[in-house]
Design a protein around this ligand. Structure first.
Ligand SMILES: [Zn+2]
Length: 134
């Protein structure tokens, strides 16, 4: 597998392209899906999914807390367009304007915890009911 030079932001080790089964074991939904995983995993619990075709990382490596935060931010943003309030494209354009970022930088997979909190705050102003809680 082709591999780019990526460092773990937590411990500074190199991250290696490895199959999902390394991280999720037998519970992996797609055992061969590519992930960049910290060389010190599992001592350093840090990884990020990669694109299947290009094998490029989908964002920066994340520890458990940041992974949870990104999932939460994604879910909050997804609710905006899944509710029918706007299209998916409109939701991303709205977020881009609110965050004052260039379009190609609006990727929750690259956001820090603080940016994820900002996304969650911004989206929550629409008061869309959480269908999972209903
Ligand atoms: Zn690490």
């Amino acid at each position: 597998m082709k591999q780019i030079n990526l460092k773990c932001p937590y411990c500074g080790s190199t991250a290696f392209l490895r199959p999902a089964s390394v991280v999720f074991g037998r519970n992996a939904r797609e055992p061969k899906a590519p992930f960049y995983v910290c060389a010190r995993y599992p001592a350093c619990n840090s990884y990020v999914a990669a694109h299947r075709g290009s094998r490029l990382p989908m964002g920066t490596l994340a520890d458990p807390a940041l992974r949870r935060k990104r999932v939460q931010a994604h879910a909050t943003l997804d609710r905006l367009w899944q509710s029918g309030l706007m299209t998916r494209r409109q939701a991303y354009l709205w977020l881009q304007a609110k965050l004052d970022l260039p379009e190609d930088e609006v990727h929750i997979g690259r956001f820090s915890s603080a940016w994820c909190d900002l996304v969650i705050d911004l989206c929550s102003q629409f008061h869309i009911p959480d269908r999972r809680a209903a």
